[in-house]
Design a protein around this ligand. Structure first.
Ligand code: GLY
Length: 311
């Protein structure tokens, strides 16, 4: 069944006017990841490329399009993990980089550490020659509008977060059977300055292990951290559950135990995949054997040939 790539564009409720672009963006990202795998590229390259494309797409809460913190600023988190070696790299509360996922990859490849944060991450980016971008280039009118709305006294940022859009992520298995995950986010809308969410935390925002599978998550970060969602799913898979069964069990547990909603994309070493969520919607896409699957609502699995153009 190998290879496969599965991506998500965030759990929540996608506003009607953004549903088409949300689906188009995940399809584009999944196609790009699959193209790398088809040419013999690695799972880690495929997930990095897929997430980079979604960070560049202002539709999603990652890179350009990130939600703003309470001060109206962009602070982003990202994680990448290689299932062959369990190496991982992450950045948290990083500012003024276009692609936090690529900086996370540099942390994995060029340092002895797993995560760099805030100003230390920015200094590392400069040392690595990663261009600094302006804060304005990352901020969309939509993000600004939502930030202002959530400053109002009656606002509920957690509900607002789940109600609009989320984190992006990808998992893949390559032709060699190597597995990887990548996840990137602007975090929680109107979060405190310096808040670090689930995304850069190994086992929470993602996990990849060639022996079990890989998961990338989206949803309410604090809830995901309380149940260590991605590693919990892989635990269920170690006990013999399929990616779909394991995801449903863990998402139901998170809902019941800490009232958290979210979504995941999952693969196992054979290339069996799942895209599951407890929120109302999650834009997702998967490519395997030249077929592109995608959906937005529960129960949807539209299929088209991978060669067909995204509208
Ligand atoms: N899951 C993204 C966040 O809460 O930061």
């Amino acid at each position: 069944m190998l290879p496969v790539v599965v991506v998500h564009g965030g759990a929540g409720t996608v506003p009607r006017e953004r549903t088409e672009q949300s689906c188009a963006g995940v399809k584009e990202a999944a196609r790009a990841g699959y193209d790398i795998l088809q040419k013999g590229g690695s799972a880690i390259d495929a997930v990095t490329e897929a997430v980079t494309l979604m960070e560049n797409n202002p539709t999603y809460n990652a890179g350009r399009g990130s939600v703003l913190n309470v001060k109206g600023e962009v602070e982003m988190d990202a994680l990448v993990m290689d299932g062959k070696t369990l190496a991982s790299g992450a950045v948290s509360a990083v500012r003024k980089v276009a692609n936090p996922i690529q900086l996370a990859r540099l942390v994995m490849e060029k340092t002895k550490h797993l995560c760099l944060t805030a100003e230390g991450a920015s200094k590392f980016a400069r040392d690595m020659g990663v261009p600094e971008v302006t804060e304005e280039s990352l901020i969309t009118d939509y993000a600004k509008m939502r930030w202002k709305k959530n400053l109002e006294p009656e606002a509920n940022p957690v509900e607002s977060q789940m109600g609009k859009m989320g984190t992006v992520g990808a998992v893949a298995v390559d032709k060699e059977g190597n597995i990887a995950c990548a996840t990137s986010t602007g975090g929680m809308i109107n979060k405190m300055e310096g808040r670090v969410g689930d995304t850069p935390c190994v086992g929470c925002g993602g996990y990849a292990d060639n022996k079990i599978g890989a998961v990338s998550s989206t949803g309410h970060g604090e809830a995901i951290m309380k149940v260590i969602l991605c590693r919990l799913i892989l635990f269920h898979m170690e006990q013999g559950k399929s990616p779909q069964e394991a995801s449903d069990l863990a998402l139901a547990y998170m809902k019941e135990r800490v009232e958290g909603l979210g979504g995941v994309v999952v693969v196992d070493p054979k290339g069996t995949w799942a895209a599951r969520f407890s929120s109302l919607q999650m834009a997702w896409a998967a490519v395997q054997q030249d077929q592109l699957h995608y959906g937005l609502y529960h129960g949807e699995d539209f299929i088209e040939s991978v060669q067909e153009q995204t509208q």
